[in-house]
Ligand binder design. Sequence first.
Ligand SMILES: [Zn+2]
Length: 124
Amino acid sequence: MTVLIIILSVALIIVAYKYIKLSKSTKPIDKSMLPNGVDIDEKTLLPYKTNRVYGYGKEFNAFVTPNGKYFHRSRCNYVKSHKKILMHRYEALKKNYLPCPYCKPVSKVNAWYDDFIKKNNILD
Ligand SMILES: [Zn+2]
């Protein structure tokens, strides 16, 4: 009887462990609302251009400077004379960087990305 209880307990632990593992495994993300040529980095959940040459692709690249409060386009004259740090545009916005008043980078999160976040229940 005791042996049977031990076997059942072990079996239960194995089943519970497998269940926890399964429920933790990442469910596939719904990318149907993404525009053509855009994919999502599954670790950061940030979009990038599939044909990018540098960083996340021109559309999503933002550049900040070590002590600056603005984010810039890559060709901005202001960043040319400073050490520039690549950042995702969405990350820059989230960190409250302001769009540079000279090079005027896009300063909104694309609507399809909001849809993507909502449909996949991704919390900010
Ligand atoms: Zn600028």
